[in-house]
Design a protein around this ligand. Structure first.
Ligand code: NDP
Length: 397
C-alpha cells in the first residue's frame, strides 16, 4: 500500500465497513498504509458514524436518513468534519475525490452512489453486489469508461479475480462458485417453513449484516452472486456452476481448457478479500487468521438442492431472460427479506414472492432491455411495488 491514498467507505457502519476500517488500521500499524479517509456514510446509525469519523479524521460524513442531519451535526460539534444528510449527501460523499471507494451499502440503495464514484474514475471495491445485479452493464461501463478498476470484494468473486486469466478468457471453461449452504443446508422444507429470523441470520461460517445473512439462508445470495459474476467476468452464465462447500475454505475456482482448476483458499474472514482489493496487484498483511489445514482436516462438496432452495433457480432464470429480470428479482427479494426480518412473512415466502414478482414482470412487459439508470430504477420500483402487494396479500390471508 505505497503512496498516500484517499479512501471513501459507502456504508462504513456495516459489517463490511467495520472490516474495511479494521484492515486499514492494521495496515497503518504495520507501516503498510498511508491513507486518509475522505468520506464515510451510513443510513441511520449517527452515533457509530460520528465515532468512526472522529477516530479516522474523515473529511466528510453523510447520513442517508435526512431527518438525522441535525443529530449528526450535533455529534460532530467542535470537529473539523463536514456533514450532510439525505440520499443526495451520500452521493456527494461518493463524488468526493477519493482514489479507492469501498461500495458497502446494502441493497439497490447503493446503486446511485456507487455509480457516481465509478463515473469519477475511482477504483471501486465492490461488496454491494445488488448494484451489479440491478444495473450490471451500466455500472461496469461507467467504471471502464472513467478508467477506474472494479475490485470484487465478495469472497467468491475476489477468489476468481485472483486466479482468472483476463488475457485469455476463452481458455476458461468453468467458474465454480462455492457456497457454504447457509444455516439451513441440512433442513427439510418443512423445517424451513417455520424458520425464524434469528435462525436465518445465524450463519455457520461468516459474520455478516442481516440482509445478506438471510440471503445466505435462502441461497438467494448465491443466486445474486451468479448474476454478479456474469458482469465481472467475461463468461456466460451457463458456464458458471454453484457448488456447496460447507467449510467455506475454497472461496471459488476457475477451470481451464486443459483441465487445471485454480482456486483461492483462506479462512472465512472478509478482511482477506478487503485487504486484497486495498493492495492489488500488490499484497499486504491483513489481520485475518491464517488457514490451519490440519485443523480443517476435510474439505467436502455437494451439489445444491434446487428443490429446497428455489432462489437459485430463480436467479438462473432471471439472468437467462436478462433485461429487467435481474433487477426485478433483486428488488422483490429485498422487500421480502425486510418483511421476513420484521416478522411479516414466513421464510419460504421470500422465494415464493420473488417468483411471483418475476412472473408478474415477465407476463406484464416481457423482459425489456435495460440500458439506462432510469430504466434500472423503474424496474426496481415496479418490482418493489409488486412485492409489497404480495407481502400485504399474505398478511391479509
Ligand atoms: P450491513 O447491513 O452490515 O451494513 C450496511 C451498510 O449500509 C450500513 O452502513 C448501513 O447504515 C448502510 N445502509 C443501509 N441502508 C442504506 C440506505 N438505504 N442508504 C444508504 N446507506 C444504507 O451490511 P453488510 O456490511 O453485511 O453488507 C454490505 C454489502 O456487502 C451488501 O451488499 C452485501 O451483500 C455485501 N457483502 C457483505 C458481506 C459480509 O460479509 N457482510 C460479504 C460479501 C458481500 P446503518 O448502519 O446506518 O444502517
Amino acid at each position: 500500500m505505497a503512496g498516500m491514498r484517499k479512501i471513501t467507505i459507502l456504508g462504513s457502519t456495516g459489517s463490511i465497513g467495520d472490516s474495511t476500517l479494521s484492515v486499514l488500521e492494521f495496515a497503518a500499524r504495520n507501516g503498510e498504509a498511508n491513507f486518509e479517509i475522505e468520506a464515510l456514510t451510513a443510513n441511520t446509525n449517527v452515533e457509530k458514524l460520528a465515532e468512526q469519523a472522529r477516530k479516522f479524521n474523515a473529511k466528510f460524513v453523510a447520513i442517508a436518513d435526512e431527518t438525522l442531519g441535525d443529530d449528526l451535526k450535533a455529534a460532530l460539534v467542535g470537529l473539523d468534519i463536514e456533514s450532510g444528510a439525505g440520499a443526495a449527501a451520500v452521493e456527494a460523499a461518493a463524488e468526493r475525490d477519493a482514489d479507492y471507494v469501498m461500495a458497502a451499502i446494502v441493497g439497490a440503495a447503493g446503486l446511485k452512489p456507487t455509480l457516481k464514484a465509478a463515473q469519477r474514475g475511482a477504483d471501486i471495491a465492490l461488496a454491494n453486489k445488488e448494484c451489479l445485479v440491478c444495473a450490471g452493464d451500466i455500472v461496469t461501463a461507467a467504471i471502464r469508461e472513467a478508467g477506474g478498476r472494479l475490485l470484487p470484494v465478495d469472497s467468491e468473486h475476489n477468489a476468481i479475480f485472483q486466479v482468472f486469466d483476463f488475457e485469455r478468457p476463452e481458455r476458461v471453461t468453468r467458474l465454480i462458485l462455492t457456497a457454504s449452504g447457509g444455516p439451513f443446508r441440512t433442513w427439510t422444507t418443512e423445517e424451513m417453513s417455520v424458520a425464524t429470523p434469528a435462525q436465518a441470520v445465524a450463519h455457520p461460517n461468516w459474520s455478516m449484516g442481516a440482509k445478506i445473512s438471510v440471503d445466505s439462508a435462502t441461497l438467494m445470495n448465491k443466486g445474486l452472486e451468479l448474476i454478479e459474476a456474469t458482469y465481472i467476468f467475461p463468461i456466460p452464465h451457463d458456464q458458471i456452476e454453484i457448488l456447496v462447500h460447507p467449510q467455506s475454505v475454497i472461496h471459488s475456482m476457475v477451470e481451464y481448457v486443459d483441465g487445471s482448476v485454480l482456486a483461492q483458499l483462506g479462512t472465512p474472514d472478509m478482511r482477506t478479500p478487503i485487504a486484497t482489493t486495498l493492495a492489488w496487484p500488490d499484497r499486504a498483511p491483513s489481520p485475518s487468521a491464517k488457514l490451519n489445514f490440519a485443523e480443517v482436516a476435510k474439505l467436502t462438496f455437494e451439489a445444491p438442492d434446487l428443490e429446497r432452495f428455489p432462489a437459485l433457480r430463480l436467479a438462473r432464470e432471471a439472468i437467462k431472460a436478462g433485461g429487467i429480470m435481474p433487477a426485478s428479482l433483486n428488488a422483490a427479494n429485498e422487500i421480502a427479506v425486510a418483511s421476513f426480518l420484521a416478522g411479516g412473512i414466513k421464510f419460504l415466502d421470500i422465494a415464493a414472492i420473488s417468483e411471483q414478482v418475476l412472473d408478474g414482470v415477465g407476463k406484464g412487459n416481457g423482459p425489456a432491455a435495460l440500458t439506462t439508470l432510469e430504466e434500472a430504477v423503474a424496474a426496481d420500483r415496479q418490482a418493489r411495488r409488486l412485492a409489497e402487494q404480495a407481502v400485504a396479500a399474505r398478511a391479509a390471508a
